[in-house]
Design a protein around this ligand. Structure first.
Ligand code: ZN
Length: 391
């Protein structure tokens, strides 16, 4: 092992467009532009954190200045490519918009942009978090964007494109980076574990990928933490020790009790989750995720790609989805969501939580009470929100 630990996100940063995970459309368009030599002079990369914007900006910078471009991808081994990868190339200037956001700093940038590149074809400015620039700084930048020297390229990246003035955006070629699908994050994590010589259970990999929530960087930093525990094999249990989140299995048991209408068992299982260290809000969040899974299986079939769980864990969803129909699941999700919101403004967390658990378990009875209160006779079921279990 290396003496100083470099985080995975840096060690495994994508070096070519082909390696960029989950952004195929962006990669393809940029590669084509490079191949045809038709490259805009300013780019706007938007998307949430950790989806590959900065990596893509560096790859594009390399592809623009690398003398050995192949099929639109930079070679990765020439001096220019290496220097850009290290963030030390003299013609590629990386600026953090959050800390260099004043008018003076942009004026400096404009002056330096007027000077020709030192050794490469282009002088490239990568401005990260560009939405943080001040109003005056944007105005100064706009002047350069209106009449850019032919040797200058701008690559802007932002998580909050709505804060960037339309006058700036309209002068850029815009690329919207998508959240990375869990499947693709999992695939990447699997490859990294293999590379690192660590064995990993499929369920555990998926759990980390899911926790990344569409962000490769977040998933990798969780994997960093898991690896730092020094276990030979990454299992669900190892992750549970680290993150204190229960495996889908215990939520499945809770929902199973609810599906049986067994309020007592549901309360006991929910209580166990809290005793094991989960917060009330966390349990509700997991329940929402679980009901969503059931709803996806109930509406789209058990093979749906929308469900972010590996093959083996789908059993629980398939078994339970037969107990509910989609309108009921929508209703249950709504109930959880409403409780999450009222919890925020209440100090009575536990009573509210217990009441919700009972309500979810007795959804059927509650719906007939509601129908009675509404003056119905309880036999008609034209209320779409009514909780009804399939018999
Ligand atoms: Zn190169």
């Amino acid at each position: 092992m290396a003496e100083t630990y470099t985080v995975l996100a840096r060690r495994y940063r994508s070096q070519t467009f082909d390696e960029l995970v989950g952004q195929e459309a962006v990669s393809q368009t940029l590669k084509n532009a490079i191949k045809m030599g038709r490259v805009a002079h300013a780019f706007m990369f938007t998307g949430t954190r950790g989806v590959g914007k900065t990596s893509a900006a560096r790859i594009l910078a390399k592809a623009l200045n690398c003398p050995n471009v192949k099929d639109g991808n930079p070679c990765g081994s020439c001096e220019t490519c290496k220097a850009i990868a290290r963030g030390e190339d003299m013609d590629v200037i990386e600026i953090d918009g959050a800390s260099n956001n004043s008018v003076d700093q942009v004026r400096e940038l404009r002056q330096s942009a007027g000077i020709r590149p030192a050794r490469s074809a282009y002088k490239i400015y990568i401005i990260d978090e560009v939405h943080m620039l001040s109003g005056g700084a944007f105005n100064a930048l706009l002047k350069t964007l209106e009449e850019p020297p032919s040797h200058v390229k701008f690559i802007f990246a932002t998580t909050e494109v709505h804060k960037v003035p339309a006058t700036i955006i309209s002068r850029c070629q815009r690329f919207d980076f998508k959240n990375i699908p869990t499947q693709q994050i999992a695939e990447h994590l699997r490859a990294i574990c293999k590379d690192e010589g660590v064995e990993a259970e499929e369920d555990a990999i998926f759990r980390i990928a899911r926790l990344g929530n569409g962000s490769m960087r977040d998933a990798l930093s969780i994997l960093d933490r898991v690896l730092s525990m020094g276990e030979k094999k990454i299992t669900d249990k190892v992750i549970e020790e680290l993150l204190g989140k229960p495996p889908t299995a215990s939520i499945a048991e809770l929902v199973s009790a609810m599906a049986e209408g067994d309020a007592a068992a549901a309360i006991i299982k929910a209580d166990k989750l809290l005793k094991d260290g989960m917060g009330v809000e966390q349990v509700l969040g997991e329940l929402i995720e679980f009901f969503r899974g059931l709803m996806l299986v109930a509406t789209c079939g058990e093979k749906t790609d929308l469900l972010d769980v590996p093959g083996e864990a789908r059993g629980a969803f398939t078994a339970l989805s037969g107990k509910y129909d989609p309108p009921t699941l929508v209703h249950l999700i709504t109930l959880c969501e409403l409780s999450l919101r009222s919890l925020k403004s209440s100090t009575m967390h536990r009573p509210l939580f217990d009441a919700l658990i009972v309500r979810l378990a007795l959804a059927e009875q509650f719906s007939s009470i509601r129908q009675l209160m509404a003056g119905g006779d309880g036999s008609s079921s034209n209320s779409p929100g009514a909780g009804q279990k399939k018999k």
